[in-house]
Write a protein that binds this ligand. Structure first.
Ligand code: ADQ
Length: 464
């Protein structure tokens, strides 16, 4: 078995509680099996970049981290990654900032990674690079002589060609993807946009999964990421989850709970969600006092202006809606700006009659799948899901809505709250089958088997 080298912006190491995200757990298994290595930025800043690597081993998983300079973090992470590519790839061209310093910093940091990582890689290793922070890294590793198998997975959407061409030097960036052997997207839609760009802008050709540019042919596939469904279902009945569930139910006093859980990010459609909920309160006075929306939204990327702005907007909006509709003994929105450990989060999901997941654009959205996995099979809640989340391609038994329409959101909330038990069970069972079958292990095996040049373990149409 070849050694797997995973490279991503950040490396996830288990904290004192052992709590880790699904991605980290899935990759850990593959890294452990192959005695591999996970490489990324340490999250720390140094005065002078030296390229020194910090090695660790936790529970059989070896990691290597690199410190960056403050200018690197400003230009690469807060700059090109999160002020240029993130908004553009989420269709927010109005928020995308184009600056030469950002692009220069992005390329410099990717080169720094390539310099540090090259000596660690052996010719028969298999390299798997993740996400929009690291698009050109594969090409830079090839330039330094690596000739082995190399794959890339994009966790966020791929934008339509007409948006992508607004990015200065877009063709240079996209061409670097042809250094990989396999590239993966979350959905057929993002894959289709990529193929369209290559044909129209670069003059490349597409033949099934094979995309050719000049003398390079790569495989481009859709490979939707999943959650650890079994783990989440178990977490939902753990002691911590039960305690959380009990605490929530007691505080709700028989009111129905609607829950939203998101990083505080403009792509998650939180402003539209609050407006849709306000519309529901206006349309349906009969629900007043009988329903509570709990929105859990820990701040993220706080150094970026657009994130400070969305936070201020939501603070004001939650205050305004509560001011208008609250009574002395009822507050319609509980707005919480911090995260919860996994088990407690599972308890919150399970206590909620409705899961409200309404991103304006999302590569996949794991919260939708976690909500499904955490439900009580006897009395499951209803998922309301944006059509514009990648997860909507698989979770077709959710109530699918257009998040830009407050009326559709209002109607869907009303319908979810009134839905009879047998319909809730039928919809949940269908969604749970998909969440269980195409879980995080399935995703990892599907991608790595392509990367290793084996036949995919499952057909490509099984999730469409
Ligand atoms: P994100 O944009 O971060 O991920 P998402 O897929 O929903 O979005 O994953 C968020 C994760 O963080 C979930 O596992 C969730 O449980 C956790 N989380 C969110 N809010 C939390 C809170 N308040 N407390 C505790 N945990 C919380 C990017 C892409 C997605 C894609 C993933 C994986 O934007 O589209 O699904 O990567 O590929």
């Amino acid at each position: 078995m070849s050694r797997l080298i995973v490279i991503s912006n950040r490396v996830s190491r288990p904290g004192p509680s052992g709590n880790q995200g699904g991605l980290a757990v899935a990759l850990a298994e593959a890294l452990r099996e192959s005695r591999g290595l996970w490489v990324g930025w340490s999250g720390d800043v140094t005065d002078n970049f030296t390229g020194q690597i910090g090695f660790h081993e936790d529970d059989g998983v070896r990691t290597a981290t690199i410190d960056l300079e403050e200018q690197d973090v400003d230009e690469y992470y807060n700059g090109y990654a999160n002020r240029t590519l993130w908004p553009l790839f989420h269709f927010r061209i109005d928020l995308a900032e184009y600056a030469r310093d950002f692009e220069g910093g992005y390329n410099r940091v990717n080169r720094r990674f390539a310099e540090c990582i090259s000596p660690l890689i052996e010719s028969d290793d298999v390299v798997w690079i993740h996400d929009y922070h690291m698009i050109p890294l594969g090409q830079m590793l090839r330039d330094r002589g690596f000739g082995g198998r190399m794959g890339y997975f994009l966790h966020i959407p791929w934008p339509p060609t007409r948006l992508l061409v607004s990015l200065p030097h877009h063709a240079n960036l996209v061409r670097t993807l042809f250094a990989y052997d396999v590239i993966g997207f979350q959905t057929e839609e993002w894959l289709e946009s990529f193929r369209h760009y290559v044909e129209r802008e670069l003059g490349g050709t597409v033949d099934g999964d094979r995309v050719t540019l000049g003398d390079r042919t790569i495989e481009a596939i859709a490979c939707p990421i999943g959650v650890n469904a079994r783990h989440f279902a178990d977490a939902a009945t753990s002691d911590d989850a039960r305690a959380m569930y009990g605490q929530m139910r007691a505080s709700l006093q028989d009111r129905a709970l609607i829950v939203g859980v998101d990083r505080l990010d403009y792509s998650k459609g939180l402003e539209e969600r609050f407006n849709g909920y306000a519309r529901f309160l206006k349309d349906h006075p009969e629900h007043h006092r009988h329903v509570v929306l709990t929105q859990v939204a820990p701040p993220s990327r706080e150094d970026v202006g657009s994130y400070q702005q969305i936070r201020a907007t939501l603070d004001a909006l939650a205050g305004r809606i509560n001011g208008e509709y609250s009574d002395v003994d009822w507050t319609p929105i509980r707005y919480v700006n911090h995260g919860y450990p996994r088990d407690r989060l599972a308890g919150i999901y399970r206590a909620a009659r409705v899961g409200l997941v309404t991103p304006l654009r999302d590569g996949m959205n794991l919260v939708a799948k976690e909500y499904v996995a955490a439900q009580d099979p006897e009395d499951p809640g209803v998922l309301i899901l944006s059509r514009f989340a990648g997860a909507a391609m698989q979770l077709t038994d959710a109530l699918l809505i257009n998040p830009y329409s407050p009326e559709e959101m209002s109607d869907a909330i009303h319908r979810a709250l009134a839905m009879p038990l047998d319909e809730r069970q039928r919809r949940w069972r269908a969604m749970m089958d998909s969440v269980e079958q195409q879980d995080i292990g399935w995703w990892r095996r599907r991608f790595t088997s392509r990367l290793n040049g084996e036949d995919a373990p499952v057909g490509k149409d099984e999730f469409s």
